[in-house]
Ligand binder design. Sequence first.
Ligand code: FAD
Length: 456
Amino acid sequence: MTDRRLTIVGAGLAGALFAALLARKGWQVDVFEKRGDPRVKGYEGGRSINLALAERGLHALKQADADGPVMAQAVMMRGRMVHFLDGRVELQRYGRDDSEVIWSVHRGDLNITLLDIAERAGARLHFHRGFVDADFDGCVARYRDGRDGHVEAVPFVALVGADGAGSQLRAAMDAYRPVGERSEFLDHSYKELEIPPAPGGGFRIEPNALHIWPRGRYMCIALPNDEKTFTVTLFLPNESPGDDVPSFANVRSPAEARALFERDFPDALPLIPALEQDWARNPPGLLGTLTLERWHLDRRAVLVGDAAHAMVPFHGQGMNCAFEDCVDLARRLQGEDDLGSAFAAFESARKPNASAIQRMALDNYLEMRDRVDDPDFLLQRALEQVLQERHPGRFIPHYAMVTFMRIPYALALARSEIQRVILEEATEGVAALSEVDLAAADAAVLESLPPLQDAA
Ligand code: FAD
């Protein structure tokens, strides 16, 4: 590429990583961010909101040499700690051992680490500059200073939209040439609460796990933070057909929230001393899946991360996928001579994969809230481990393909569907692993699953 200049809209997770990746390759990068600098005022996202980092995201961080500082504060999560209604607790490991785990990372700290790396590599960061709109013919974008309302026009060579699910750049592109946008909101939303440290300063519950309280049509989860807190997320339907199913329509007040926890999450309730205050302070968050027919406008603009493909959070892959986008686009920009060709190649490579993980994320909601405490689900997970040992490199559990590998999401989805049928057929009418017809399952694996190579 000859003209190595780009403007990034949004200095969130994807914008900051992308700026770091390109600036380190010698690109002239300007980043415009609506909010203030989180390194000055503290992260505006608020308290310790955390995210699960998996192999795809970790690999991307390594490309920017950001893995060291990020992993120094990450908390390992070995599996799901399932909290049953009767008070029993059970750890379901995600992988075979501690080489197959996910990591809880603090959104604000991660963002700050990436901004520091981007800036050190030469990226110019402009805070309090919210993208308003663009004149794509004249290649000039307008940004509003959030402090005094002043609007500034700034020329660009090309715009990269990393401004999240509500992307204003996407709206501007759509107004210029429709991008074919569809948003499907889930009929469930979420509320964030907090488990503080124990009085002695330690964690109140097992730190090295993602805690789940599955309750059929709804659930609660909790992820650890390195400051010994947990961020709790309660997912509830927006409406419910009757008062027997809790929803944000019938659990409105802090007192109603307490009553819900007393009934359905009794072991979680004493862990959340500020339940009422958290409930009153944090509005419910919407969840949805965004799809676009086009992610780019010839050589002038392209969208990455949530701006292109926001998804529901149930596979913990939105950020991981956004980071994978950044690595892919940065590599194509290095290799191509023309911005438009790089954007087009990026879009056609990443779109089917984004759509696959969006679908898997929706499917995973049902699994987390309703299936993780089912005997047939547990039998299928046990058989999955057996088939993995009998057919290494050929039968790889669904969760492992998405979380511990970097094979394309679309390939993980296709293989998972074949494996799901094998598991369902092998466990039909069967109560224990010892009763499974392993010879038949082996034959099905060998017939339908060719050996798989991980993306190196
Ligand atoms: P964002 O992180 O939203 O960043 C967008 C940035 O653009 C922000 O800094 C914003 O201020 C800025 N901006 C917005 N508008 C403008 C404008 N007009 N001009 C300039 N700047 C602007 N993903 C995981 O991988 N693991 C998880 O465990 C996980 N858990 C999640 C839990 C919940 C409840 C939710 C809602 C999401 C979760 N995700 C998770 C998804 C993850 O949060 C997103 O996929 C990720 O933040 C996307 O990064 P992004 O940079 O594309 O967008």
